[in-house]
Write a protein that binds this ligand. Structure first.
Ligand code: CLF
Ligand code: SF4
Length: 291
């Protein structure tokens, strides 16, 4: 049985509506690869930047269990184990393998996974089976013309597909995936990266569409202008406020996002102990990042 939405609101830092609930999370950087190309995503491994998807090393599912044990001993506020990259969680098998192991070893910890949703319709059964309590799907547009400006390509059935065709496939899989996992009792949150020049007027339509598919909470993340979208602007607080208000007509909105790294450990926006947990040297391979 997945954890109820009421319990998520009090124990999961990314499901607190209104005031923060001061619970923490450990991100387990077990997912190295990605299967789509978001234009704002600079795939990187380093240990200086603070943003989604950047992580200083990749760990194995067994190392993830050790990390949870250490982190919860050091910081009892940590209630959630999440996988948010640095690549996509369903592009490689490691995230689901990690959650199956967590399910056996740590019954009390909330299992949280984040995905771009390309493989979600196909893998929904496994997500439910692994006992994921909260799933985040990043949906940046539900109109293929708009999504094609944000996403460059997908790798689908072994082929690289670009443009509007790629956007159509991605949107279909995201929405069908959300329907399937929600129907299976998993609480679904949707993240949208707000890009003023591209999807500002479209966010409310995303909120409406994902809510109709069963998502129950929505998080609008301001763009960090970089990579192929470095010419776009970072949304102002006023713009973010307005867009959140528009989305709120359709779905509950989370407002405390800290744009965490894929190996963050501690309280989002507060104390971080990742340096004490992930001591290993950086593995200098190319990895991918989650948004
Ligand atoms: Fe991590 Fe994401 Fe789970 Fe939270 S983060 S996988 S739902 S446990 Fe939270 Fe961090 Fe914002 Fe993500 S503050 S970037 S919304
Ligand atoms: Fe993949 Fe996430 Fe980067 Fe998008 S933001 S390309 S889904 S790793």
């Amino acid at each position: 049985m997945s954890v109820s939405i009421e319990e998520l609101r009090s124990r999961h830092p990314c499901f607190a509506l209104g005031a923060k609930n001061n619970s923490g999370r450990i991100h387990l950087p077990v997912s190295p690869g990605c299967n789509i190309g978001c234009r704002f995503c600079k795939r990187d491994i380093n240990d200086t930047e603070v943003r989604p998807g950047v992580s200083s090393s990749i760990i194995t599912p067994d190392e993830a269990l050790d990390a949870i044990r250490k982190a919860t001993e050091l910081m009892p506020e940590i209630q959630v184990a999440g996988v948010a990259g640095p690549g996509d969680t369903l592009a490689t098998p490691y995230a689901l393998e990690t959650f199956r192991k967590i399910k056996d070893r740590f019954q009390d910890i909330i299992k949280c996974m984040s995905t771009n949703g390309l493989m979600l319709a196909e893998r929904a059964g496994e997500v439910i089976e692994a006992g994921i309590d909260s799933l985040t799907v990043t949906v940046n547009a539900v109109d293929p013309e708009i999504l094609a400006q944000i996403n460059e390509f997908i790798i689908w059935q072994g082929k690289r597909i670009e443009g509007i065709e790629a956007a159509k496939i991605l949107i279909e899989n995201q929405l069908e995936g959300i329907r399937r996992v929600s129907a299976g009792g998993v609480t679904v949150k949707v993240n949208t990266v707000l890009i003023p020049e591209i999807n500002r007027d479209h966010v409310k339509e995303v909120a409406k569409a994902v809510s109709e598919c069963g998502a129950t909470i929505y998080n609008i993340i301001p763009l960090i202008p970089q990579h192929k979208l470095s010419h776009c602007t970072e949304p102002s607080c006023e713009l973010l406020y307005e867009v959140r208000k528009e989305a709120e007509e359709y779905i509950k909105v989370f407002r405390h996002c800290s744009r965490c790294r894929a190996d963050a450990v501690g309280l989002p926006g507060g104390k971080d102990i990742s340096k004490q947990i992930y001591l290993r040297e950086i593995k200098a391979e190319n990895t991918f990042s989650h948004g």
